[in-house]
Design a binder for this molecule. Structure first.
Ligand code: ZN
Length: 497
């Protein structure tokens, strides 16, 4: 048992975190647009109260005096001490300046994106970068300044390791995408897909994955996301368009995030460890449900008839095989969030390179559009017509969130590693998915990933669940098998087995 004083402080920190999450959820789902300016202030105040509480010397004293009696309490003390020490190195004034700069950059970024005018956003990105450099300077001992930024999203991962893993990923993905591009293209479903039908189908799929009305909500948001106030209050969001079925896959994605939060050990309640351990592990959960379950052949054996019944003519005269190809269309494009399973990580690799270059100072913000466009040409073979569909497309840099992007591709890699381990543990996995049964998958993930919350470090978690370190080979091998079959590709030039 932790002392009542320490528990009370952790509870307070958790409550401030939940209040911030609720303000953020409201901002993106309910708040009228004109409320944005004032909301930025409220969120900055809550964040700075959290920072104040986390850095309080009294917390350090209580942690020093703690005598944890079991492994879980020991993990709580270790993780909170690390959070406390990290936060204590950042002056409160800098922390607040970073919060305010993120909030202030949002509107100019949105305007720059809407009017294709990078110049409007440029000074705000420069300010965010300057503040991140000052943040990095608060820490010593990192091999690379970018390591310090990534540590906030993917503890333990280094720039050097990401470079290695991404190089290998690029080597496998670029030729695979090229081979698919040369094969017969997937059919395009004619549509339209009325939104009411997508909402009903999305909700039923979400329920079958584990969405539970008493502890979850689905609301609409311009940029879908998931957040949770605690494991019994999970908020997922969705966005639908009549033109395609992306909204349904986005729901599966966000429910994957939600399940992670929902299945964390209740013993971690009102501690700051009752959340996902890293963004990469979090993204592995969303990608696993969206891609490895939701875009698989057995999944559509079950849900295909319902899809046809719901949308009728929208599906056209596609056979089941053609429908599956349509759901797994691969096409290099301009927009990361619209990218398919094969090309998605290439978008991430570009952002990683550019962020590292900007933080190193080898790329000036003014030269970002040009570097972006050249990278898109090199990695995806596409010409970028404007900055709106180029370097202004993502919201992250307006928040000043550098070091975040790599976690998206790490998520794809980890999802494939977990799927490999899960498939070995559950020999009739495909049959279960084809029967619309996901309980075994959910339980396996609870046991091997979710329940730990932040008590086990990402590398250790992966090692325990899969017996492996971070490794892009399972992802490359699975993509090759899947898309080799769907697109009739020859044997395995891109994969090292
Ligand atoms: Zn996600």
């Amino acid at each position: 048992m932790l002392s009542p004083e320490l528990s009370a402080r952790l509870g307070e920190l958790t409550d401030l975190g939940a209040a911030g999450a609720l303000l953020g959820w409201d901002q993106q789902t309910q708040m009228p647009p004109a409320g944005g300016e004032a909301r930025g202030e409220v969120m900055a105040t809550i964040a700075s109260l959290g920072h104040e509480r986390l850095t309080a010397p009294e917390l350090g004293t209580l942690l020093d005096a703690a005598e944890p009696e079991d492994e879980q309490d020991a993990a709580i003390v270790r993780v909170v001490r690390r959070d406390h020490e990290k936060a204590s190195r950042v002056p409160a004034e800098l922390a607040r300046e970073m919060e305010l700069a993120s909030a202030r950059a949002h509107e100019p970024w949105a305007r720059a994106r809407a009017t294709d005018d990078f110049g409007l956003f440029r000074p705000f990105l420069e300010k965010n970068l300057e503040l991140r450099r000052r943040y990095v300077d608060c820490f010593e001992g990192a091999e690379h300044p970018y390591d310090t930024l990534m540590d906030n999203f993917e503890p333990g991962l280094t720039t050097a390791r990401v470079r290695e893993v991404f190089d290998r990923l690029r080597e496998g993905l670029v030729p695979l995408a090229a081979e698919i591009a040369a094969a017969e293209p997937a059919p395009v479903l004619p549509g339209p897909f009325p939104i009411a039908g997508q909402q009903a189908l999305g909700r039923d799929i979400a329920r079958s994955f584990g969405f539970d009305e008493s502890a979850w909500r689905i609301d609409l948001a311009v940029h879908p996301f998931a957040s949770s106030l605690n494991p019994q209050d999970v908020r997922v969001t969705a966005r639908y368009t009549e033109e395609n079925l992306q909204g349904i896959f986005a729901v599966m994605h966000e429910v994957g995030h939600g399940l992670y939060e929902h299945q964390i050990d209740p013993g971690l309640a009102r501690t700051t460890l009752q959340t996902g351990v890293s963004l990469g592990i979090h993204e592995s959960q969303s990608r696993l449900w969206e891609n490895l379950v939701g875009r698989s052949e057995p999944f559509w054996r079950h849900w295909g008839p319902r899809l046809r019944e719901t949308f009728g003519a929208g599906i056209g005269d596609c056979s089941d095989a053609e429908l599956l190809r349509a759901i797994n269309t691969v096409e290099p494009g301009l927009i990361r969030v619209d990218a398919d399973e094969v090309t998605y990580s290439l978008h991430v690799i570009l952002r990683f390179r550019l962020e590292v270059a900007m933080i190193e100072g080898s790329l000036a913000v003014a030269d970002l559009p040009e570097a972006w466009n050249a990278g898109m040409q090199e990695l995806l073979g596409v010409e970028v017509p404007d900055d709106t569909r180029g370097c202004l497309q993502d919201i992250h840099w307006s928040f000043g969130e550098l070091g975040y992007f790599p976690t998206y591709a790490i998520g794809n890699i980890v999802a494939a590693q977990l799927w490999e381990a899960l498939s070995a543990a559950v020999p009739d996995l495909d049959d279960q998915v084809a029967a619309g049964e996901y309980g075994t998958i959910r339980d396996w993930l609870r046991e091997h990933v979710h329940r730990y919350g932040r008590t086990v470090e990402p590398t250790e978690l992966l090692e325990r669940a899969t017996g492996q370190a971070l490794d892009p080979e399972p992802l490359l091998a699975q993509l090759r098998v899947k898309y080799g079959g769907l697109y009739g590709l020859a044997a395995t030039p891109g994969a090292r087995s």
